[in-house]
Design a binder for this molecule. Sequence first.
Ligand SMILES: NC(=O)c1ccc[n+]([C@@H]2O[C@H](COP(=O)([O-])OP(=O)(O)OC[C@H]3O[C@@H](n4cnc5c(N)ncnc54)[C@H](O)[C@@H]3O)[C@@H](O)[C@H]2O)c1
Length: 122
Amino acid sequence: MSTLGIGLIGSGFMGASHAFALAAVGQVFDLPKNPRLELVADANAELAENAARRFGFARATADWQALIADAAVDVVHITAPNRFHVPMAKAAIAAGKAVHCEKPLANSFAEANELAECWPAT
Ligand SMILES: NC(=O)c1ccc[n+]([C@@H]2O[C@H](COP(=O)([O-])OP(=O)(O)OC[C@H]3O[C@@H](n4cnc5c(N)ncnc54)[C@H](O)[C@@H]3O)[C@@H](O)[C@H]2O)c1
């Protein structure tokens, strides 16, 4: 079975919840592709490396932009603080990645609309 490479940005409370769900989802649902825990980013290298070890990610980085640019990452989970959601989601969309962003998606209605306009037409 092929897999989807997961990049997780932010390894606090919600990062742990996403990682836990991603590790279990293939046991609960019959998925066409199972998630592969590829790369985790946090604000510094120590936090990121601890998260990779605890959550079972293959690699760690302190650079969220490098995570988004990483060819092995197909889906970007954003669980960093609110102020980063829009810039991270915009960068991930621009890089052609699927995005799973924690709430709030944006800090205002205007910002949410701006983000919606970045999404490629289907
Ligand atoms: N869906 C829900 O029910 C729910 C519940 C709680 C929080 N949230 C949302 O989830 C998000 C995270 O909340 P939390 O409670 O996990 O916060 P947290 O403080 O526990 O975790 C945030 C993590 O992001 C990291 N971080 C900070 N700056 C970063 C950067 N520049 N690059 C990479 N990582 C960075 C921090 O070091 C920390 O590990 C928030 O947007 C919050 O609103 C959602």
